[in-house]
Design a protein. Structure first.
Length: 136
């Protein structure tokens, strides 16, 4: 799994939620859309990383924001099948519509309370990593 998130606090909370479910060792983190594309294309220092089965994507990122990254990802025939869950603080209807028009698999607004945030991560993990069948 690839987490594209620039907020260290949200990264820490996401790691904690996955540690509870014993999958934290499969969580890779990059802080912006440029690094995320390098990761997915296994460029530079990412030459040996695995292809993620799921991407958790914040929209508010430096250099290349989440929507720009999502558009580039879904236009790439070798990467477009990777499911993307937009996990962001945005509640903008425009962001929701744009995310789904770019083929996001889900749009989740980050809860502000720690326990609700952990619960959201648990539910994403439970559905996408346990229940749903994802491409290899």
């Amino acid at each position: 799994m690839l987490l594209v998130e620039d907020d260290p606090g949200d990264v820490l909370m996401t790691r904690e939620a996955f540690e509870e479910r014993h999958v934290a060792d499969r969580l890779h983190v990059v802080s912006d859309g440029v690094l995320a594309m390098q990761f997915l294309r296994r460029a530079d220092s990412f030459a040996t990383v695995p292809r993620p089965g799921l991407i958790l994507l914040d929209l508010n990122l430096p250099r290349r924001n989440g929507l720009e990254f999502l558009a580039e990802l879904k236009a790439d025939q070798s990467l477009h099948s990777i499911p993307v869950v937009v996990l962001t603080s945005s509640q903008s209807e425009q962001d929701i519509l744009r995310s789904y028009s770019l083929h996001a698999s889900a749009f989740v607004t980050k809860p502000l309370e720690f326990e609700r945030f952990l619960d959201a991560i648990r539910q994403i993990d439970g559905f996408f990593l346990s229940l749903a069948k994802l491409p290899n």
